[in-house]
Design a protein around this ligand. Sequence first.
Ligand code: HEC
Ligand code: HEC
Length: 283
Amino acid sequence: MTKTVLKGAIAAVAVLAGAQVALAEGGLVINGELEMITEAPAADHLKGSLTTVYSGWVFRDVDTQAMQMDDFDNPGMLYVDQGEGMWNAPAGTSEKSCADCHGDASESMAGVRTVYPKWNEAAGEVRSLQMQINACRTENQGADAFKYGKDEINTMEAYISMQSRGMPMNVAIDGPAAATWEQGKEMYYARTGQLELSCANCHEDNYDNYIRADHLSQGQTNGFPVYRLKDTKLTSAAGRFVGCVRDTRAETYKIDSSEFVALELYVASRGNGLSVEGVSVRN
Ligand code: HEC
Ligand code: HEC
């Protein structure tokens, strides 16, 4: 698609004002009992940009929404089961499992997903959850790092995220994380690629509008890792960023780059208040 065509497409959708976010009746309730926060007042730092934040679930069609409402229908749950097996399996030269040190994940990992990416004092860096998992693999297990953003680590991330399902996202953006957060914010608003589009052009200015066949969401990350029907497997947040940047016809950063960690922190902070979905379903 040429630059003018897509820009035209965006201009065209932008004038289709009045489109309203379609909240499914009753909202997202999982297995008929676990109520998820899919709509929340925007965090203070979004003042002037957004008043309400929405989970990407809100923008999916009824069939996709329904898959996430029942764990038997959610294909992502198979990965969660696999992740549990990985959690308990000894690995590396230590021959220790994650469970040997962390015990029952439902206790030790409850709430962990809500605060990542997070500053790690000892390492002097902001770490995504995947970076932390790999740090434990290499430093504590004596095992090889998982390939960042690929199946195994996405599976482990799904298992850990599930222990925070329903809890509101709450990443810290101040203190030692502030500089990384600022870097991520700059990236979010920078127009890139041949199409000269920023993340904000699509996910802030045009959410709830259609771009080609896609109902644009706010591009939130509270649902990650997501099971994508298109790929029939899990995708990490950074994996999704790679796809979105390519769509602007820009050179993308490496999936495990510090730039994408900064962007992941910033985007996560835009979703503070929305429930972690553990493993969500998207098209
Ligand atoms: C030899 C012990 C050991 C093993 C094995 C181990 N870890 Fe850790 N892990 C730690 C320590 C120590 C920390 C840092 C201090 C803390 O948060 O308790 C940590 C921190 C973490 C954190 C961050 C928790 C937070 O609150 O921010 C996660 C996530 C994590 N580990 C996941 C894993 C996973 C997944 C595995 C298996 C692949 C694993 N760990 C294996 C010792 C271990
Ligand atoms: C040309 C428009 C466009 C741009 C620019 C764009 N995206 Fe997207 N993005 C989409 C579309 C279309 C989807 C799929 C439908 C949806 O969830 O919005 C999507 C999905 C996402 C999702 C998944 C949301 C979910 O709930 O599963 C995230 C996260 C995301 N984008 C982040 C970003 C970030 C960060 C940037 C900037 C680097 C960006 N996007 C730039 C069009 C865009």
